[in-house]
Design a protein around this ligand. Sequence first.
Ligand SMILES: *[C@@H]1O[C@H](CO)[C@@H](O)[C@H](O)[C@H]1NC(C)=O
Ligand SMILES: *[C@@H]1O[C@H](CO)[C@@H](O)[C@H](O)[C@H]1NC(C)=O
Ligand SMILES: *[C@@H]1O[C@H](CO)[C@@H](O)[C@H](O)[C@H]1NC(C)=O
Ligand SMILES: *[C@@H]1O[C@H](CO)[C@@H](O)[C@H](O)[C@H]1NC(C)=O
Ligand SMILES: *[C@@H]1O[C@H](CO)[C@@H](O)[C@H](O)[C@H]1NC(C)=O
Ligand SMILES: *[C@@H]1O[C@H](CO)[C@@H](O)[C@H](O)[C@H]1NC(C)=O
Ligand SMILES: *[C@@H]1O[C@H](CO)[C@@H](O)[C@H](O)[C@H]1NC(C)=O
Length: 657
Amino acid sequence: MMKLFDLAPAITPHKAPRTRVFKWKHVPPLACLFALYFGPKLWRARQERHEASEDTRPSTHAFRWSDIIPSAKLEFQDCHDNLQCARLEVPLDYSEPDAFPRVALAVIRRPAKVPVTSAFYGGAVITNPGGPGGSRVQQQLMMGGYLQDLYDAEREPKSALITDRYFDVVSFDPRGINHTTPTISCFPDNASRERWNLQWEAEGILGSSNHSLRMNWRRATALAEGCSRMLSTNGTHALAEHMNTTPIAADVMSLVEALGEWRQREAQRLIAAGSVSDSEATEFSRLAWQKGRERLQYHGFSWGTILGSTIAAMYPARIERMVLDGVVDTDDYYGGTWKQNLADTDKILDQFMHLCHEAGPSRCVFWRQGGPNAISDAYEQLLVDIQDDPLAVPGTQSRGPEVITWTDVKLLVKDAVYQPLHGFQAMAEMMQDVTHGNGSRFADYKHFHRKTLCHTSTPCEVPFSHECILPGWSPFDALPAILCTDAEDAGAFTESDFRSYWEDLRNQSRAMGDYWAATRLTCAAWQATAKWRFGGPFTGNTSHPLLYIGNTYDTVTPFRNAMKMAASFPGSGLLRQDTAGHCSFTSPSLCTGKAVRRYFQEGLVPEPGAVCQTDSKPFEMSTGLPEAARTADHMLLQTMVEASRAFGTTYAVEMKT
Ligand SMILES: *[C@@H]1O[C@H](CO)[C@@H](O)[C@H](O)[C@H]1NC(C)=O
Ligand SMILES: *[C@@H]1O[C@H](CO)[C@@H](O)[C@H](O)[C@H]1NC(C)=O
Ligand SMILES: *[C@@H]1O[C@H](CO)[C@@H](O)[C@H](O)[C@H]1NC(C)=O
Ligand SMILES: *[C@@H]1O[C@H](CO)[C@@H](O)[C@H](O)[C@H]1NC(C)=O
Ligand SMILES: *[C@@H]1O[C@H](CO)[C@@H](O)[C@H](O)[C@H]1NC(C)=O
Ligand SMILES: *[C@@H]1O[C@H](CO)[C@@H](O)[C@H](O)[C@H]1NC(C)=O
Ligand SMILES: *[C@@H]1O[C@H](CO)[C@@H](O)[C@H](O)[C@H]1NC(C)=O
């Protein structure tokens, strides 16, 4: 994993590399929608920062995206230790494909373990981490290796069976995001964004006080109005009209075509170089670019399932493989209400109470005599107490003073229900400390996850330039641009409408209702509308069955969404992973790993009613198989464990609004 961070020192010389700021706590109520899984992760942060700090050696080949010249074909060059990067030109406006300006997608590829000319080459799998606004380049850096091990055959290529396949894993930053240009930013530089985030954090989320609604609304308005207006002018090429999911779906298919062209070219290059045997050469027809008919292999999480279902509806004949995990309901999402997310969230909070009770006081420090109800009462009392009286935490030699607020505790809980496996333990510890008036661990935690604001000898000079925005680019700027133009009339509501909506969500979930309701506020003043918007229906007879995956209790994408979407695409497989948290990767499962691998290798979906158990539980540290299990199973489970760990960090980008 460490090698993934090579680039950071080159970009951010002033701070510890792992810029992956775990903004867990600050995750803005607005935005984050499905991204929400950003926040969590935190639990590993300390350890990773430590690892990363060993990685501060100066980079010899400081790779910079801006050094690559965008082109209409994929021209890969080496980047980031054994990866390949390219910038692919696609139209900004698909109704005027030849017009300028154009979008240059930052594309990153983890090469397959075999050359494209090999009989075992399985093509490219394109991944999306969700968000909207998550950086796929980031995901590739963080997770690509584990995903590839998951998709690939269990044997090494040298002992491959005839049916074994090995895949390229390809990701890209969607339009507006991170290294894709033009990049969206609502702030002229990273420091002004950071100051805004700190204010937001201090003022508190919806429900934190009696004036929280007005304050959150005004902040959302200030941000959205200015940002959407700037993005709607010529200066930024009216980017705001072209940020929604429909053109992103078209971008994915542009990338699929470009990969087909590249595959043919790469095969020709290998032949010309004489590195292909005659018998392989006879099979070249299968490597030829099927212009206009190239098929997609895709793996999407959370909002990435919206992208996937949209592609499947728009291009049903172009699907080769599609795994959609943490499934969003397209009707609810495009309808702009986002009301179908919290159906099971409080069941996860209830699990905390039960698992803590079962774990006992030695493993769950928030344990209370009197069973789950007593633990629940202590939790509610803590919230009441801290709202009335925040906790002062004196500064120390390593950090400044802090105050722990109701908002902090709510965000801690939110993150824990996203990722119970690691989050429950941390939640129990910090809540227990706070109950006893000791906020030092919580304060360290807040401090650690905060972005370093340091003086720099090279201040940014041109506001909104890439130099001023990166590093520190915030996916939260892209998020409303996508959400608010995907939904029709997302911003059309009055204060009283909103109050009843908020109450509704609070009724759905005491754990997350306040937080989630703010998503909708994000769009209250968003001024732009999408120029091209696929209106459904979100159904289709796809050229290959899709595979939908949902957890029994998912934080923001309840299992019933997966059932509904699977039914919309006849023939789809549906797998339930019997766990709690957001997306199956939140908790490692050998069984799920096998199902996903089998789907990519053989194309087979699980039997109807399939359920997978996971191999670890909150408050229990052991993960494991019987010694006697197959070596390949041990290896796959290890891959799932590491993918699960990396999954959290993938989203731990800075996200605040
Ligand atoms: C943008 O990409 C860089 C890698 O070049 C990564 O370090 C950074 O975290 C990414 N930003 C986000 C928000 O993912
Ligand atoms: C909000 O106002 C009500 C009365 O108007 C008061 O009882 C309540 O304590 C206030 N809540 C907060 C969080 O200030
Ligand atoms: C900029 O906007 C003006 C007026 O809105 C329009 O006439 C012009 O064509 C636009 N230019 C570009 C490059 O889009
Ligand atoms: C507060 O809790 C931390 C552990 O989180 C502990 O190290 C410290 O001693 C405690 N402080 C006091 C005053 O009890
Ligand atoms: C903003 O980016 C500059 C480099 O352009 C960097 O020196 C500075 O530390 C960053 N500040 C924050 C708050 O990320
Ligand atoms: C929320 O629940 C309360 C109490 O059950 C009920 O009175 C109220 O009508 C509900 N509000 C909404 C918007 O459903
Ligand atoms: C899928 O195929 C079935 C049977 O051939 C047909 O009835 C149905 O209309 C098709 N659905 C779509 C969305 O094309």
